[in-house]
Design a protein around this ligand. Structure first.
Ligand SMILES: C[S@@+](CC[C@H](N)C(=O)[O-])C[C@H]1O[C@@H](n2cnc3c(N)ncnc32)[C@H](O)[C@@H]1O
Length: 207
């Protein structure tokens, strides 16, 4: 096979397959409908990193839910939590999200539309969260808005996790996540970094 992108896709599929085979949380996703897997290989890191906040996390916000794979993990891992999911929920994802999450009705709020709009509504409601996962738009300016808007909703001591920090390193800055996360970290001395890898996690320091 000489086509590098086909080779890359094949390698990625193999990595996902291996990660799934070893995933102790695989049962969460069994029997659900997915076309993509943005979670394989992450559940072990998440469960280790967030084990200490598992019982105290009751209010979770997710920006970028797609078909609901990460949402399912948060609902199962943080078993006492209510989850708010923000996404454009484009037509081909919306049905799968609804079917995959159907069993969690009372513990779930779905906000359809752009994150900038939803974050504004949550701010007006004085919503507060213990844990926030940012995995929406990957455009620098959108990520900046998501980080800043979400940070205002995070309680002191709460944790915010941002995906795709190392995504597309050769793309222009405006099309990458990293410049926004780096700027957010430079502006926010109250963000204590607890993970910096393909994902970045921060804990909000007390004032
Ligand atoms: C990588 S996917 C999320 C994957 C999901 N967390 C999972 O683990 O399966 C990114 C999602 O962000 C959503 N999205 C992109 N831009 C957005 C925006 N400005 N506001 C809200 N959602 C957005 C897309 O519709 C897409 O479903």
């Amino acid at each position: 096979m000489n086509d590098p992108s086909a080779r890359l896709a094949q390698l990625r599929a193999r990595v996902v397959e291996l990660a799934r085979a070893q995933d102790p949380y695989a049962h969460i996703f069994a029997g659900k409908e997915f076309r993509r897997d943005f979670v394989a290989g992450r559940t072990m890191v998440w469960s280790t990193l967030f084990g200490d906040i598992r019982d105290t996390t009751t209010r979770v916000l997710e920006i970028g839910s797609k078909e609901g794979r990460s949402a399912l993990f948060w609902l199962e891992f943080f078993a006492r939590a209510h989850l708010t999911c923000i996404d454009l929920f484009r037509e081909d994802d919306a049905g799968r999200f609804d079917r995959n999450l159907a069993a969690y009705g009372p513990r779930l709020r779905k906000m359809v539309g752009t994150s900038i709009k939803a974050l504004g509504s949550l701010r007006e409601e004085n919503a507060v969260f213990d844990f926030i996962y940012i995995d929406g738009s990957h455009q620098r300016d959108d990520v900046m808005i998501d980080c800043l808007g979400a940070w205002r909703l995070l309680r002191e001591g709460g944790v915010m996790l941002m995906d795709d920090y190392t995504w597309m390193p050769d793309s222009p800055d405006a099309e990458r996540v990293a410049p926004a996360v780096d700027t957010f970290l430079a502006w926010h001395g109250d963000a204590e970094v607890i993970l910096k890898s393909h994902q970045v996690a921060v804990r909000k320091r007390s004032a």
